[in-house]
Every structure is written in C-alpha cells, then in structure tokens.
Design a protein around this ligand. Structure first.
Ligand code: FAD
Length: 337
C-alpha cells in the first residue's frame, strides 16, 4: 500500500503593517536571525533575541515563528535545541511541505498493517523490572520482556499513564521537556474568499489571535484552517468554543483584509484538553538538552521511549516520531537476535 502525497508549493502570504503580500521578504529577515542564532551559546530564545540588532518587526516575526511553529514559549525554549532543529530540518529540505491526500489517517493505517491494535483501551500503568513488563488496561494486563512507550510525553509527565517505578531518565526529562499548547479551528465556506488574493494561496499568516491559516491547496475547496499555538493558545484558554469561533473569524477577516462571510460549518480541537494528548508537541527548555538525550537511551534494556518528544532534531513532527519508533524497534531487535 502506498500513501498518496503531494508537494504543496503555492503562495505564502503575510499581513504586516505594510499590507498583505507574499511572505518571502519577511522570511529573509528571520533566516538572518536564525543564522546568528546558530553561533549563539545556550540560553533561552528570549535572551538571545533581546541581544540581536535587527528591526523590531523582523524580531517580532522571528518570535511569532518560534512560538507559533514550535508551540513554545520564548522565555523557556533552548537555543541549542532550536539550532539542532534547524540543522535537522535543513538536512531533509524541511521547508518543502507535502499533503497526505487521504489525510494523516492514511499514514497510521500504513504503519499499522499486520499489527494487533487495541482501540479504546487506554493504558493506566506500566509496572516493570529488568526483563519484565506488565502493561495495565481496564480490561487486561499484557506481559512482555520489553516495551516501547509511545504515549505523548505530557501524558507521562502528568502521570495519566504511570510508570512504576519511574525511570530516572523520565524524572529528569520531566523538567527538561515542555509540551506546548495548540488550538485549531477549521471553517468551510460556500466559496473561498482567499483565492481572490492568489488562486494558489496555501498559507497565510500575520499578527492576529489566530495568526496562521492553511488552505486546502492544491485541492480546491473553500476550507481553511486557523491555528494558534504557544502563548497565543494559552491566552485563549478560558474562551468558549463559540467565542473562539468568532475570534478566529475576526482573525481571518483581519488577515485577508476582507470578510470571508459566515462559515457553513466549523470544527474545533484543543489538544491541551484532549486527555490523550494534554498538549500539542514538545520542545526543550534552555539547559535541558542532556536530559532530553537521556530519554533516548533504553532503560535497563527493558523500556524504550519513542514518539515526537524523544526524536533527535525532528521533535514535534510526524517523521521525528516515526524515526524514534524505528530506532527503538532496532534497539530491541538488536537484543533478541
Ligand atoms: C494541529 C497540529 C498540527 C500538526 N501538524 C504537523 C505537520 O504538519 N507535520 C508534522 O510532521 N507534524 C505535525 N504535528 C505534530 C505531530 O502531529 C506530532 O509530532 C506527532 O503526531 C507525534 O506522534 P507521536 O506518535 O509521538 O504521538 P501521537 O500522535 O500523539 O500518538 C500518541 C498515541 O498515544 C495514544 N495514547 C495517549 N494516552 C494513552 C494511554 N494512556 N494508553 C494508550 N494510548 C494512549 C494517543 O491516543 C495517540 O494515539 C501537528 C500537531 C498538531 C497538534
């Protein structure tokens, strides 16, 4: 089975104080800041950006990118970690984007071929000692000699899924890794107002409560998805879904500079309130790189951690999560050969 993907391309537009225009110029300014960051010592991004000599609007675009794309907080996130992420992204041409035409479910189905997957069966506890693991769910307890733990890091961090005893590497990573927040609002309209700006518009961003929007391009549908992450999502955490819908619509109006009309339908998700995520994805706090690296080591050759929070360089991504799972599986295969 092949998973059908298409490279995105298309126009990226941004709204700044100078109007609504293709995003290239702004990206050049951010890239110069990232080049300077690659030579900077470990510190928080906030500390680094305060010392940078660049126009204020470029600095604030860089902060928005770091906080929005990484769902992280400038006052916490590690410059070493951001540099590792930038290097890893360059190695795989990370600025190229692709869409999975079947939706991401197609990737999960592809990976799940031939496996015995139990749905609706949350694990409450993993009890272990060297060479022996018991995975406890409401219905059953599963026994194994080894186990790969792929629950979201926040689920482990907040002990929704408890490891008994707690491995020291997990304890250390608890302080080092932060799970950022993200909320998403998808609207379907009767027609796509945004194609008036550019028929191939794929991505819009600017200064708004929901600062980032994706169209369905290259699929031509009047569907658009708005996103707020990091501190922007935190600021909206007490609003009701209806209030968020109105806020998102206002953001879209402001960014487009015109009224897209009323949506025919909307869909909303808040990963922070989802008990099986408890946040969007992870980043590393300044000073936390060593503790993060320890999480990739097997625990007594019995437990392996995998998932986006464990990934090298590609934290917070699907490909990083998959690569970390492959690495853990190879670690186990190496033992049982
Ligand atoms: C809105 C949004 C957009 C994103 N866009 C992109 C993108 O374009 N490209 C990209 O690469 N990445 C993107 N990401 C990030 C990407 O989705 C994650 O990095 C990736 O899904 C992490 O995979 P994972 O296997 O580590 O965790 P998950 O995909 O979260 O999988 C963990 C699984 O564990 C299950 N689970 C939780 N608790 C328990 C329990 N107690 N017992 C049993 N199972 C449990 C969950 O239900 C879930 O199925 C996005 C994330 C968000 C929130």
């Amino acid at each position: 089975m092949r998973v059908p993907v298409v490279e995105l391309g298309g126009a990226h537009w941004t709204r700044t104080s100078r109007g609504f225009h293709p995003a290239g110029d702004e990206w050049d300014g951010i890239s110069r800041i990232f080049a300077e960051m690659s030579r900077a010592p470990e510190q928080t991004f906030a500390r680094f950006i305060n010392g940078v000599h660049a126009p204020d609007d470029v600095k604030s675009a860089a902060v928005s990118f770091i906080e929005g794309f990484n769902a992280s907080n400038r006052n916490e996130v590690s410059v070493d970690w951001l540099n590792a992420e930038q290097r890893a992204s360059r190695e795989i041409d990370g600025d190229r984007s692709f869409r999975v035409l079947t939706g991401y479910g197609g990737v999960a189905l592809h990976l799940a071929r031939g496996l015995d997957i139990r749905f609706g069966s949350p694990v409450s506890e993993i009890r272990w000692q060297p060479g022996e693991v018991r995975v406890v769910t409401r219905e059953a307890t599963f026994r194994a000699a080894r186990c790969i733990v792929t629950a979201p890091f926040a689920v482990l961090q907040q002990a929704r899924l408890r490891l008994e005893p707690e491995p020291p590497a997990l304890k250390a990573a608890r302080e080092a890794i932060v799970t950022g927040d993200a909320i998403r609002m998808t609207f379907r309209f009767s027609e796509a107002a945004w194609t008036k700006a550019a028929p191939d518009i794929s991505f819009i961003h600017g200064d708004a409560d929901f600062p980032v929007w994706w169209t369905a391009y290259p699929v031509q549908r009047p569907v658009i998805t708005g996103w707020a992450a990091g501190p922007k999502a935190d600021r909206l955490q007490d609003a009701s879904e209806e209030e968020l819908k109105q806020t998102a619509l206002q953001s879209l109006r402001n960014l487009l500079g015109e009224d897209p009309g009323q949506p025919e339908q909307s869909w909303f998700h808040d990963w922070r309130r989802d008990p099986f995520s408890l946040g969007a994805y992870s980043s590393v706090r300044a000073g936390g790189m060593a503790a993060h690296a320890r999480l990739r080591e097997p625990v007594e050759n019995t437990l392996w951690f995998a998932g986006e929070a464990v990934a090298t360089g590609h934290m917070g991504t699907v490909h990083g999560a998959i690569a970390s799972g492959i690495q853990a599986a190879r670690g186990i295969a190496g033992q049982i050969r």
